[in-house]
Design a protein around this ligand. Sequence first.
Ligand SMILES: [Zn+2]
Ligand SMILES: [Zn+2]
Length: 334
Amino acid sequence: MLAVVKEKPAPGVVIKRIPVPIPQKGEVLIKVLYSSICGTDIGIYDWNAWAASYIKPPIVIGHEVVGKVIEINSTSPTHLKKGDIVSSETHIFCNKCYQCLINNRHICENMELFGIGRNGGFAEYATIPIKTTWKNDPAIPIEAMSVQEPLGNAVHVVTKAKVTGKKVLVLGLGPTGLCAGAVAKAYGAKEVVGINRGEFRRKLAKKMGFDRVLSEIPKREYSSFDCVLEMTGNSEVFTVGLEAIRIAGVFVAFGIPKKEVILNVGKYLINKEITIKSVFGRRIWETWFQTTDLLKNKKVDLTKIITHRFKLSEFDKAMEIMKSGKAGKILLKP
Ligand SMILES: [Zn+2]
Ligand SMILES: [Zn+2]
């Protein structure tokens, strides 16, 4: 089968033919229908410090995927049958540690990552643990099924921020930021304002239903936002978000800063008495049930952020466009 392989601990990938994987006990084999490129994949492609610390090549990359179940290797009954259209939860939990036992499987202490710590979905076939296989509702558009991971992150962020009736600021309009604005609207935010330097992403945000989209926060609106969703992972933007939030507002950190963030505890935490929350991944499976509701009942239209479609063999070209900032989500078809 054709697969995108990170073959060496260096920038780039190799697109090559490798054997179809054999599902181990407790795994399914899927025929990949679509996969999509995540921001994380850029770091893996470029081989940044994070990728170098996590990934042990050779490995098939890609974790956002939708596919059809071909084979199930299990001796006990499962929630799956052959022919089901499924997606993979990237965070493979152990089901044994303290966090797993108290229903916090998304922050499992022994997490393994699909397409990062083990072979993933930029291939014609992939194996997924049965425990992290999500059976999709057939009413959802198939292309959207591949893009549920960023939507799920956004749902988790917006749910933690409690946006109903609130003025919400979304900092950074990458795919997860775009989804966060759409979800905030769906969950009854009073006003959703998106900030991004790039015009391409600002236009996408308008399509996704943001009320206002700007290149920076007007100073007169400092201390006026009930909720600030930090989706950039830029340490300077993080601080601007603390200026923008109102007294006793809720700040949710999602983007992972590459540098340390200097936090003025007196000015923001104490004088403003704000609440800072953080989000890692999606709650398993609560978030997935929420994304299903949003997609099935057309409260969010994910196909609007899919801007490009490529064949898997054109992966390098797709990555180039992804890195240009002039793309929403890019779909790959094996
Ligand atoms: Zn991802
Ligand atoms: Zn665990």
